[in-house]
Structures are given as structure tokens and as C-alpha cells.
Design a protein around this ligand. Structure first.
Ligand code: KG4
Ligand code: ZN
Length: 327
């Protein structure tokens, strides 16, 4: 079975082809258009998706040397995301459906991130825990099967990636800043530096909060001149990254203890972070799995993977990904 996966929920335009043997092609255009604004501008994102999507689709078919009528299924992200951006991917998918009579399956973006783990570890086995840490979401799920997710906790304010990006803006880095902060933190070595608070949520221990951390950084930087900040930036980045990592590791360890499930999949753009990968493995052991970085950030292959899995299970209704939600 050949599945075309389409992802346009935010600032990556991606189209991929997936066969039963694995990824045939996975093309991603990361929109550089937003860097000048320090964050994603919805109208700019929609326009950039519109300009790139047909060329990316033609590109994956070319790369795979496949005619379009060999595609059995189109999987497209239909939520959550920027409305105008989603609309470009959905319209493109429906256009192909009308012209070529290929069935279309709408995919929840978070389910896509979770399914990225199946591209690397098809035999991971259920149940497993999945943490999705991205620019828009941070949540832990118990995954009993494809389509059956129980949300064990989520952020009550910023997402982990959003926290990295906002911290980066305060420190003078371009958007998105997660990777730059990780690289800068590596330069800190053993230099002395600040430490930042890690939020614990007394009423809902599985939840996350990163807005206090952002405020702590803001107050730490207040009144410091630019040269002093630049000199101290590696140690600041190390401390900031450590606070985000500790929060995620704490909640994952709690979820593993509470559910008795040791297998954990680390998904979403923040899963690219090497320090987070290392700290989770240190705390939870070798049962921590993560996709390669290109499958952690937004991509069409993860959407195709979710699509083919739902299609094979005849699951046409979207899953509930909110707290307490199962299909
Ligand atoms: O999953 P993703 O591509 O898009 C969303 O669904 O939001 O995640 C993008 C996020 C950005 O906030 C980016 O700063 C963050 O992932 N990110 C990282 C790293 N690489 C990307 N955060 C921390 N460390 C990284 N190495
Ligand atoms: Zn994402």
C-alpha cells in the first residue's frame, strides 16, 4: 500500500510517500519567511504552503518514480494547527481526491507525532507512553493502540518548544531557537551560571508549566547590558535547557511509575534535543525510544504513517487527544 502524507499545520510544508516497506520519500520545506518576525505569522505561513506544496508533491513522486495513480491513500493533517495553513494541505488533498479518486484520511497532528515512533520501531509494542513536546504542544499520553490515547498531563500554558523559542528571542537568537539554545548550552562547559525554577503542579502533578520559567529568565536578564548577557549566554542557555529537561523527565518518570509502563516514546520537535534524550535514558533506562531528528520535527511521513494505521483499522473518526480522552 502506498500512502501520500501531507503536513501543513504550521511552518513546515511537507509531503511524503510511505510504502509497507517504509519511507520512500519525505520532503520538507521549513519556512524561513518567519525568521524576520521572531515567530510564525499565520498569513505568511498559508502563502508559503500554497507556493510550495505542489512542487513538493511532484518532487516525492519524481524521487520515487511513481505515477500518481499508484497512490492508494492520502493522509493529511486536519487539526490542530493554524486554520489557514491546514486549509492549504486539506484543499490540496481534496483536489487530488476529486481528480484521481484516491481516498483521503484526516489526521490529528499529535497522533502523527506519536506515529513517527512506528516508522523507526514498528515493533515497539503496546502499551507505551508517549511524550509529545513541540512548538505548539506538550503532553504525555498512554498509547494502548493506534487511535486509543489517554492524556495523562499537558501544559497549562506554554509548550516546551515555545518556551525555548521565547527564551531564544530574549537572548537575541532567531526563530526557532530550540536547536540554537542546545548548541549554545554545549559551549558552557563547567562555567558557573544561574539556575532556573522547575514548576511542579500540586493539583495536577502530570501537567507542565513553562511560563514561570520564561518570567524567571526575563527577570534574570532585566538590567543586564547586552555584552554581559552575550558573555554569559552559554551558561544561561544551559540552565534554561536544564529546567525544561528536568520538568519533562520528572513528569515522564511519574507517568511511568503511575502506569507501570516502562516503554516511552519521545516525540515532537523538542525530542531532537540531545540533553533531553540523554537525561530521559539516564532516568528511565533503555526503554526510551526516539525517532531520528528529521522525523521528530513536522513531516509528512509521520502523517502518512498515522493514516495507513488508521485506514488498516477502519478508524475513520479522529481520536480525542485532550485530557481523559480516548476514542
Ligand atoms: O514538532 P515541531 O517541528 O513543530 C510543532 O508541531 O510545533 O517542533 C518545533 C519546535 C520548535 O519550538 C523548536 O524550537 C523545537 O521544536 N526544537 C528544539 C530542538 N529542535 C527543535 N527544542 C529544543 N532542542 C532542540 N534541539
Ligand atoms: Zn508538530
Amino acid at each position: 500500500m502506498i500512502t501520500l502524507g501531507i503536513e501543513t499545520s504550521c511552518d513546515e510544508t511537507s509531503v511524503a510517500l510511505l510504502s509497507d516497506q517504509g519511507i520512500i520519500a519525505n520532503k520538507v520545506y521549513s519556512q524561513l519567511e518567519h525568521a524576520a518576525y521572531g515567530g510564525v505569522v499565520p498569513e505568511v505561513a498559508s502563502r508559503a504552503h500554497l507556493e510550495k506544496i505542489d512542487r513538493l508533491a511532484a518532487g516525492v513522486l519524481d524521487e520515487a518514480s511513481l505515477p500518481i495513480d499508484r497512490i492508494d491513500l492520502i493522509a493529511v493533517t486536519d487539526s490542530p494547527g493554524l486554520a489557514g495553513a491546514l486549509l492549504i494541505g486539506i484543499s490540496f488533498a481534496l483536489g487530488l481526491h476529486v481528480r484521481h479518486s484516491i481516498p483521503v484520511c484526516g489526521i490529528n497532528h499529535l497522533e502523527g507525532h506519536i506515529c513517527a515512533i512506528l516508522l523507526e520501531y514498528p515493533d515497539i509494542g503496546f502499551p507505551f507512553l508517549a511524550i509529545v513536546a513541540s512548538g505548539g504542544h506538550t503532553a504525555i499520553y498512554r498509547v494502548d493502540d493506534i487511535g486509543t490515547y489517554a492524556c495523562l498531563g499537558q501544559t497549562v500554558d506554554d509548550a516546551a518548544g515555545e518556551a525555548f523559542d521565547k527564551a531564544g528571542k530574549m537572548l537575541g537568537f532567531p526563530y526557532p531557537a530550540g536547536r540554537t539554545i542546545e548548541e549554545e548550552a554545549q559551549r558552557a562547559g563547567s562555567a558557573a551560571g544561574p539556575s532556573f525554577p522547575v514548576a511542579r503542579m500540586p493539583g495536577a502533578p502530570g501537567n507542565f508549566s513553562f511560563s514561570g520559567l520564561k518570567t524567571a529568565l526575563k527577570y534574570y536578564l532585566n538590567g543586564k547590558d547586552a555584552d554581559a548577557v552575550r558573555a554569559e549566554r552559554p551558561a544561561i542557555c544551559r540552565a534554561f535547557q536544564e529546567a525544561v529537561v528536568t520538568s519533562i523527565v520528572n513528569n515522564c518518570a511519574d507517568a511511568a511509575e503511575k502506569t507501570g509502563i516502562g516503554r516511552l516514546a519521545l516525540c515532537g520537535g523538542v525530542a531532537c534535543n540531545g540533553r533531553l534524550r540523554e537525561a530521559l535514558r539516564q532516568r528511565l533506562g533503555s526503554q526510551v525510544y526516539f525517532p531520528r531528528p528529521s522525523l521528530c520535527t513536522d513531516n509528512g511521513a509521520m502523517i502518512a504513517c498515522a493514516g495507513v494505521n488508521r485506514f488498516n483499522r477502519a478508524m475513520l473518526r479522529a481520536p480525542r487527544m485532550d485530557p481523559g480522552g480516548t476514542l
